[in-house]
Design a protein around this ligand. Sequence first.
Ligand code: 3PY
Ligand code: MG
Length: 264
Amino acid sequence: MQQNKLRQKWEAGQCALNGWLSLPCALSAEIMARQGWDVITIDMQHGMVDYAAMTAMLTAVNAAGDTPVLVRVPWLEEGIIMKTLDAGADGIICPMINNRADAERFAAAVRYPPLGARSFGPLRAQLRFGGDYHRHANDVIVALAMIETKDGLDAADDILAVAGIDGVFIGPADLSLSLGCAPSLTPDAAPVMDAVNTVITAARRHQRRLGMFTGAADYAMRMRDKGFDLLTVQSDSRLMAAAAQAVVARWNEEKQTQTNTTIY
Ligand code: 3PY
Ligand code: MG
């Protein structure tokens, strides 16, 4: 089974830049995969992506190169976590992990016995990774538990202590809401930043990986300098909207200038 390039990057002490796919389309997945992201995540929670679309997108990203693919599942639910791994994902991001019991359920769904309770049937995973998949999957597959509520924050040490979890991934919008602040993907409110710093310290204490969703490259680079291992910047849909907005704004600016041109 081939090594996971995300793990290799982490072992080299580098932070991985994560492209995020919300659009249920194999072609847009391939376009994103060819842009040089270190890792790609397919979002089945808030993205418009169902299981069939996710499998087609995963196949398209794999065909485009060797970028590792994580999938954010819709919820902590064993069935979809195991099916997603059977489809050949390199790892799972699981939303709303709020306590040790949630983290233990998540870890058990991702790991084969004796570490966990994952059921065997890696239909596409074996095609992608080879016949020895079952021997290496527990060491290669990445499991990131999302901390994005006050409960999850309070239980950060318990969550990070669970064997089989590689680390945590902060959802800043839900975390902001849970702490009584407006949802933001580039939060700067003191309660949210204090919470982010608490998770950073806890992850380092447990020597676990640390990721976060962000809404801007500059913000992500500030987080990288704080020691994050995985940072998402926006998503396919947001990047498409921003590029389109820039063109339309430029066009309208030009029209404005033409309208405003006077001789005297
Ligand atoms: C959050 O910010 O809550 C997220 O889940 C990001 O996708
Ligand atoms: Mg969230």
